[in-house]
Design a protein around this ligand. Structure first.
Ligand SMILES: CC(=O)N[C@H]1[C@@H](OP(=O)(O)OP(=O)(O)OC[C@H]2O[C@@H](n3ccc(=O)[nH]c3=O)[C@H](O)[C@@H]2O)O[C@H](CO)[C@@H](O)[C@@H]1O
Length: 352
């Protein structure tokens, strides 16, 4: 039996495409193991999938000055030793890396051991971890055509694997999960896998106005639930939506979202008219701004930049989105392939 090691972590966006591949890999007879960090979100998400999980030491690749930066080189080196001895034991035929800092030692160890590596990059510009890891990769699968120019001859346009269950939600189940009793349109706010405090605050400031016209589902991130709003009618909060997510998507009429690449792939595939507020350049390398611009250019999304975000601009843009929702829906109908799963599997099969 052929063995594949999946790796990726730090935020859910570096894990959910791996989860989307798991049923297809199983169906095609691969034995699957996962290497992630000891405490990252990937540990919880993968353990639920019943895949053997190996946690290694990992250090964050920060772009800012922090005392932790002094400890991190040691953690990364320890991670490299951890990954090397794991891969030597597992002897996989292939490593598939979805990115995030934990993947760097895994990919480097695979290269030292002569194990082929495929990398997947979801964003328009490659992240730091993938930039380092790309040297050890045989192929780099990308989600946006614009990315091919940054990755050279190893690049293959595949799109992003999307979890199949997201297309199989039940709107009535979503309504009952949220205890929505009327049939106002549903607005779903998803602030990325970690939530967004800034958007959370503006949405809650505008809640009394918006709730007149919408039922609101708010995925607000770990530790961000507002207890005083727990029983508010027409408003339902989740820290993180796991198996509820397909049902929430199924009942959603409009979305408010960060511009993480996986959320965008899912929203486009589900054809949900959306307002995007990309993470600002101050807090990131600006990848979400590029992702959002690409969506706006294709006519799939309305965009509000974080510097312009206030309660009032948020409300104004959401009503503008509602007015023009058919325009966005129609544009998304012409979007390319729904999910990148099959195209990524085609690359993986080469190593079977
Ligand atoms: C802060 C940060 O570093 N953000 C990056 C991170 O985003 P992040 O991981 O936050 O966001 P993405 O939108 O890419 O992916 C989130 C994934 O988590 C899932 N999900 C989310 C919330 C929830 O309650 N349940 C759930 O299942 C979504 O359906 C999606 O599959 O990786 C993305 C892909 O490289 C980048 O574009 C983002 O810039």
């Amino acid at each position: 039996m052929k063995t594949i090691v999946l790796t990726g972590g730090g935020t859910a966006g570096h894990v959910t495409p791996n989860i989307a591949l798991i049923p297809f890999l199983k169906k095609e007879g691969w034995s699957i193991q996962y290497i992630g960090s000891k405490t990252g979100i990937e540990k919880d998400l993968i353990t639920k999938e019943n895949i053997p999980y190996h946690g290694i030491s990992s250090g964050k690749l920060r772009r800012y000055v922090s005392l932790e930066n002094l400890k991190d080189p040691f953690k990364v080196v320890k991670g490299l030793f951890d990954a090397y001895s794991l891969l030597r034991k597992i002897k996989p035929n292939l490593v598939f890396s979805k990115g995030g800092y934990v993947t760097v030692p895994v990919v480097l160890a695979a290269k030292l051991l002569g194990i082929p590596v495929i990398i997947h990059e979801s964003d328009i510009t490659p992240g730091l971890a993938n930039k380092i890891a790309s040297k050890g990769a045989k192929e780099i699968c990308v989600n946006f055509p614009e990315t091919l120019q940054y990755v050279g001859s190893k690049g293959v346009l595949t799109g992003t694997p999307i979890r199949e269950e997201l297309f199989k939600g039940d709107a009535n189940k979503g309504r009952s999960l949220c205890k929505f009793t009327n049939h106002k349109p549903v607005l779903l706010m998803m602030g990325g896998s970690l939530g967004s405090v800034k958007i959370n605050t503006c949405l809650r400031e505008g809640l009394d106005t918006l709730i007149e016209d919408f039922n609101i589902v708010h995925i607000c991130g770990k530790g961000n639930v507002d207890e005083t709003l727990r029983n508010k009618e027409g408003y339902c909060q989740f820290e993180y939506a796991g198996e509820e997510l397909p049902h929430l998507f199924a009942m959603t009429d409009l979305m408010l979202s960060r511009a993480g690449a996986n959320a965008l792939a899912e929203i486009t595939a589900l054809k949900i008219p959306n307002l995007l507020i990309p993470l600002s350049q101050n807090a990131s390398r600006g990848d979400q701004i590029l992702n959002a611009k690409s969506m706006e250019k294709s006519g799939y999304s309305l965009v509000l930049i974080e510097e312009d975000l206030t309660k009032d601009t948020l409300i104004k843009k959401l009503y503008e989105l509602r007015e023009n929702s058919d325009v966005y829906k129609n544009a998304m109908r012409s979007a390319m392939d729904i999910s990148g799963t099959e195209k990524v599997m085609t690359q993986i099969r080469k190593y079977k």
